[in-house]
Design a protein around this ligand. Structure first.
Ligand code: ADP
Length: 172
């Protein structure tokens, strides 16, 4: 197990120049869409969309990796979170996203990854529960990691940031 720093910041997932990989809260077809996927694809440019076509569709809990194209990051890890109340059981599917993304990044020898709050936008997962699952899963996966040194949660609102900070205090 490496010594891993976990932090929460308020910001835009598509503007995290100091991390190796950003995580996309993707849709099954890995299309640009809205929210996180829209921000990532519009910054990454059409090359990302082209690369994604060969990898889609993905299923809830799955993670796939591409290059970062015009993003400041070398890689994007695309995760399909569960639609709350539809893809059941939602908690292990959400946990799979965080675990699979970290393991994929670690296998590639990356040292830093930034996550948005997967499933908490259009997919409707309550932020308080999602923050707990995210933090607990990242903490529980650390023991399996060898190259990751930094995990960052990037939250869009002050309220979401407070939820993640609280979860981090509670579970670390
Ligand atoms: P999902 O479909 O998995 O719910 P969304 O992209 O709709 O994904 O939203 C996930 C979370 O990311 C929401 O909390 C939303 O407020 C937040 N979000 C939206 N755009 C950005 C962005 N550019 N950077 C970081 N977080 C974002």
């Amino acid at each position: 197990m490496t010594d891993v720093e976990i932090e929460c910041v308020r910001g835009n997932i598509a503007s995290q120049p100091d991390v190796d990989a950003v995580v996309n809260a993707a849709n099954a077809d890995l299309l640009p869409g809205s929210g996180v996927a829209g921000a990532i694809h519009s910054t990454a440019g059409p090359g990302l969309n082209r690369e994604c076509r060969g990898l889609a569709p993905i299923r809830p809990g799955q993670a796939v990796i591409t290059s970062g194209h015009d993003l400041p990051n070398s890689h994007v890890i695309h995760c399909l979170g569960p639609v709350y109340g539809v893809d059941e059981p939602s908690e292990p599917l959400l946990a799979d996203c965080y675990r699979n993304a970290l393991l994929l990044a670690d296998q590639r020898g990356l040292s830093s990854v930034a996550f948005p709050a997967i499933s908490t936008g259009v997919f409707g997962y309550p932020i308080h529960e999602a923050a707990r699952v995210a933090v607990q899963t990242v903490m529980g996966t650390l023991v399996r990691l060898t190259s990751i040194r930094l995990v960052r949660f990037v939250l869009f609102s002050e309220q979401d940031l407070a939820e993640f900070q609280q979860a981090l205090r509670r579970f670390s």
